[in-house]
Design a protein around this ligand. Structure first.
Ligand code: IMP
Length: 453
């Protein structure tokens, strides 16, 4: 069974922990978008691991982690992460594969990311990792791909052109220092050499793996509301974080996906700027942030926190086609006397039940709340849905109803053990999917290869 795990809020839903629970039942873990702007935190045996680029399930023995073509790769960051994994006993040489079609983040992308942020009238609050500018080059068809990074001559040629253009941009528009071509060439050629043994044709790699019956988990980074198309544009990241990104970001057909698991926090958070209609007032914000340890895994920035937004969650569940959702961090709400759920927005007297495409309008919306009683007891040790306090069960049932999807897993703490499944977990058990194996690629008749366009 091939699974997608996708965030259905603004990222940081706790996907790392859910992937960690699921990793045992798959063979290959794939990242399909984003870059080292992501941060998946996993706590195993009392130790915390933060993954930025490498699929987070790699802490499990014998797994392969593939960085898909839809990811933008900072070679320096990747090599550092690989070294950390090696130090923890993972056979990195075998375990980490990188698509030859993934784009490379260069230092000028990072510099441009910061310069553009500084000059924007309304900041986005990017992570400053060069993600946006790298995707810009991809779309502009001037980017450098991993295959070229690993080819010394072609890399030299492409880099020369890029450094010339970017230096002009940096100096003239942003009054920044230029980059030294020779220095970049030497450093990045060395990275290319180090990464080369990991490079694969990822679409082919996954096709062959599926033909052998290998099971794949596609790890979404960020969340649906940060999706460049469906998120709160322009306060989004530059890739398709929703499940739709799997096919184009990993090189698999839509028929390769059997199940989609959404991950949602029992409340809402976001890092960076942009609308967050249910944002808490300052005192409650400080309290939840402290209890939930709501600080960005990548930048350490404090996350903005708010009540559960069912308008956002329902829309994201629908868009991703989630078969079920995992609700995380329920324990953070343990001592709330009452809890609010946003069921709609109000805009100048009009009730809205969809997230409007006009983000300016969303910024003017007021949340319409339903208030439910809290449970005021510790859920950290609970091992079954039936053993949750009645008010917590009611809260979760209400969320499931509003989202229109069953809840298959509830997480009540950072530790691996602090999570329990419900009957709906069965949806993700082997044998419940349609039988599907890719057929061998059709052969073209002789003389018909190479069509013209
Ligand atoms: P960028 O992806 O660095 O361009 O940042 C664009 C927006 O996405 C900013 O608001 C970031 O804070 C947000 N963002 C990017 N990655 C993550 C993530 O992994 N979790 C939460 N927010 C993120």
């Amino acid at each position: 069974m091939n699974l997608v795990v996708v965030g259905i809020q603004w990222g940081d839903e706790g996907k790392g922990k859910i992937i960690d629970v699921l990793a045992d039942r798959v063979d290959i873990l794939v990242r399909y978008q984003g870059g080292n702007n992501a941060g998946h935190t996993v706590v195993a045996n009392g130790r915390e691991f933060v993954f930025h680029l490498i699929p987070s399930g790699l802490l499990h023995r014998g797994k392969i982690g593939l960085i898909g073509n839809g990811v933008v790769v900072d070679p320096e960051a990747l090599l550092k992460e690989m070294a950390q994994l090696r130090a923890r006993g993972v056979n990195v040489r075998r375990a980490v594969k990188i698509s030859d079609q993934a784009h490379v983040i260069m230092p000028y992308h990072k510099r441009l990311d910061l310069a553009e942020e500084g000059s924007r009238p309304g900041r986005i609050g990017t992570t400053g990792r060069g993600i946006g500018p790298c995707y810009v080059d991809k779309a502009a068809r001037s980017g450098i791909r991993i295959a070229e990074l690993c080819h010394p001559e072609r890399f030299a040629e492409k880099l020369r052109r890029n450094v010339k253009d970017k230096n002009r941009l940096l100096q003239v528009l942003y009054r920044e220092q230029p980059f030294d071509y020779q220095d970049l060439l030497t450093r990045y050629r060395a990275y290319g050499k180090q990464l080369a043994p990991h490079v694969v044709n990822s679409a082919r790699f996954l096709f062959e793996a599926m033909a052998k019956g290998r099971r794949i988990l596609f790890e979404g980074a960020q969340g649906t509301m940060l999706d460049v198309d469906f998120g709160t544009y322009p306060y989004v990241t530059s890739s398709n974080a929703s499940a739709g990104g799997v096919c184009t970001g990993a090189g698999v057909p839509p028929t390769a996906v059997d199940r989609i698991l959404g991950v949602v926090k029992a409340y809402t958070t976001r890092v960076g700027e942009g609308p967050l209609p249910t944002e808490f007032p300052p005192a409650l914000m400080a309290r939840i942030r402290r209890k939930g340890q709501e600080f960005g895994a990548t930048t350490g920035r404090p996350r903005r926190c708010g009540w559960f937004d069912a308008v956002v969650a329902r829309q994201a569940v629908r868009l991703n086609g989630c078969h079920a959702v995992a609700v995380t961090k329920l324990d953070v709400l343990d001592d709330m006397p009452e809890i609010k759920i946003c069921v709609a927005y109000r805009w100048k007297g009009t009730r809205l039940t969809e997230v409007p495409a006009d983000t300016g309008l969303l910024l003017e919306c007021q949340p319409v709340y339903e208030t439910v009683p809290g449970w005021r007891s510790d859920t950290g040790e609970v091992g079954r849905f039936e053993d949750l306090p009645a008010a917590a069960r009611r809260y979760l049932r209400r969320l499931a109803h509003l989202m229109g999807v069953p809840i298959c897993l509830v997480s009540t703490g950072l530790q691996r053990e602090q999570a329990f499944t419900t009957d709906h977990w069965d949806l993700f058990r082997e044998g419940r999917e349609r039988r599907r194996r890719p057929r061998a690629a059709p052969r073209l008749p002789a003389g018909r290869r190479g069509a013209s366009a």
